[in-house]
Design a protein around this ligand. Structure first.
Ligand code: NAD
Length: 473
């Protein structure tokens, strides 16, 4: 924990484990109510001075933090693999992606432009300025334990806000490493504070009710987001909500099914399927079913599950036993209702894998709306394939979900792709593209996938108030 520029010790600790081996890799303090109060006070007290610094000064500190992240890329990535489980190569990519937000917002912070608006009265001038919202409470998940921190903190700090971060209880060590970087970069005491806690409900409740916290930014599951959003709304707080997803991927008749299977296998098994933008319903035109399933199954079989530190590991463990049980129960439910397992379909327990939370990468065919997996986010390495006949049908099926985060389209026909892009109710759409994400592009969802956007110019607007000055001259 880091409060007002001090590392806090001498509290009861909780353990952090490696999901690939079950081994304890560290301990962190479990915060008390007094710590929550101290962190919010520190953020509140430092806000006046911090907001008065120039955008150029804040940019320099963000730039320094970016440099430190890049310098320590490998060290951070190794820590991430030990704590979260993803293969080292994926961790290296995440550290780079996380660092991108620092660099991008170091620049964007200098462009918080206002407006001068003509008045209908001769002796009046209107001036619009952007000002920081104030103290931000930030809650981040474990699946992207570094980039979800920088995606929130970089725009908040660039805007002139101060922050209290509460990282996920499964990955506090990555958060600690990031706080060390911010400290070394020279951010003043109180500007960035972090609370580690085993039971997060209390911190969430205080973030939503303490009048000094002006904004809540949350990334996590839809049920928790909905609860926090309700409480924040009652207290008139600004919110950003990056919640769950249930991404459709559509393979149109004019696409190359083998190319589509290659792309979708890469994005499906990324982070062992534990990504909010993971394709969770793969709609394949009936004419393409056979070659598509053959390619996807063959690629899935070749994936090597194991400890992410081992060379050649393509798929890591799930985060914990509960996550494993959820995946297993969705697969069993689908099979009981007529789905066919093309490969996988069981927990992996051989040799060293037995100590971790490993599930075999799985392809299911014959998936129908009667199955849980058709409606619920899986957050695991299961690729459910659904057959369709017409464009109209598949667009309706793809939109038939309470979520609206990411969607994917494979088509070699510009008109088909454009029609689908316009008709799909999702915030992020990859068109023959499995990586439609960047610090420079807006990320976020519609419907139950959340409110607001992160990254891009919109990402900093989330931390700014609009202030109008009417001047009588
Ligand atoms: P989660 O909601 O259980 O936890 C997310 C964070 O919220 C953690 O820090 C956790 O400690 C905290 N939290 C949990 N209960 C809380 C409470 N009552 N009050 C305050 N904080 C609380 O979700 P998870 O299982 O850790 O993360 C996976 C979910 O996150 C998935 O649904 C995934 O789709 C979503 N996600 C979304 C995005 C996005 O950008 N839309 C990105 C990553 C993950």
């Amino acid at each position: 924990m880091f409060i007002n520029g001090e590392w806090i010790t001498g509290r009861p600790q909780f353990q952090v484990t490696n999901p690939a081996t079950g081994e304890v890799i560290g301990e962190v303090p479990d915060c008390s109510d007094q710590d929550i109060e101290a962190a919010i006070s520190a953020a509140h007290n430092s806000f006046r001075e911090w907001r008065a610094t120039t955008a150029y000064h804040r940019s320099q500190l963000l730039y320094r933090a970016w440099e430190l992240m890049i310098r320590r890329k490998r060290e951070l990535a190794e820590l991430m693999t030990r704590e979260q489980g993803k293969p080292l190569k994926a961790s290296l990519n995440e550290v780079q992606y996380g660092a991108d937000f620092l660099l991008w917002f170091a620049e964007e912070g200098k462009r918080m432009y206002g407006q001068s608006i003509p008045s209908s009265r001769e002796n009046q001038r209107f001036l619009v300025q952007k000002s920081p919202v104030g103290v931000v409470g930030a809650i981040t998940p474990w699946n992207y334990p570094i980039s979800m921190i920088t995606r929130k903190l970089a725009p908040a700090l660039a805007a002139g806000c101060t922050v209290v971060l509460k990282p996920a209880e499964s990955t506090p060590l990555c958060a600690q490493a990031m706080l060390e970087i911010f400290e070394e970069a020279g951010f003043p005491p109180g500007v960035i504070n972090a609370l580690t806690v085993q039971n997060p409900a209390r911190v969430g409740q205080v973030f939503c009710t303490d009048p000094r916290v002006r904004k809540l930014t949350f990334t996590g599951s839809t049920p928790v987001g909905r609860e926090l959003n309700g409480l924040a709304a009652a207290n008139m707080k600004r919110v950003s909500m990056e919640l769950g997803g249930h991404a459709p991927a559509i393979v149109f008749p004019d696409a190359d099914p083998v190319h589509a299977a290659k792309g979708l296998s890469l994005v499906k098994y990324l982070n062992t399927g534990q990504a909010c933008i993971s394709p969770n319903r793969i709609f394949v035109h009936e004419d393409h079913l056979e070659p598509f399933i053959a390619e996807l199954t063959s690629r899935t079989r070749r994936l090597v599950a194991g400890n992410g530190m081992n060379e050649g590991t393509g798929i890591g463990p799930l985060i914990n036993e509960l996550a494993l049980q959820k995946v297993d129960s969705q697969v069993k439910n689908a099979v009981a209702r007529g789905a066919r397992i093309e490969t996988g379909g069981q927990r992996l327990t051989d040799g060293e894998l037995g100590a971790g939370f490993f599930y075999a990468p799985t392809v299911l065919s014959g998936v129908t709306p009667a199955m849980d997996i058709y409606r619920e986010e899986t957050f695991g390495p299961v690729a459910p394939v659904i057959t369709y006949r017409s464009e109209d049908d598949v667009i309706a099926m793809a939109n038939d979900t309470d979520y609206g985060l990411a969607a994917y389209i494979y088509s070699n026909n510009l008109s088909t792709a454009m029609r689908a892009f316009e008709a799909l109710d999702f915030g992020i759409i990859g068109i023959n593209d499995i990586n439609p994400t960047s610090a420079a592009a807006p990320f976020g969802g519609m419907k139950n996938s959340g409110l607001g956007r992160e990254g891009a110019q919109e990402g900093i607007d989330e931390y700014l108030e609009t202030k109008l000055g009417g001047f009588a001259i």
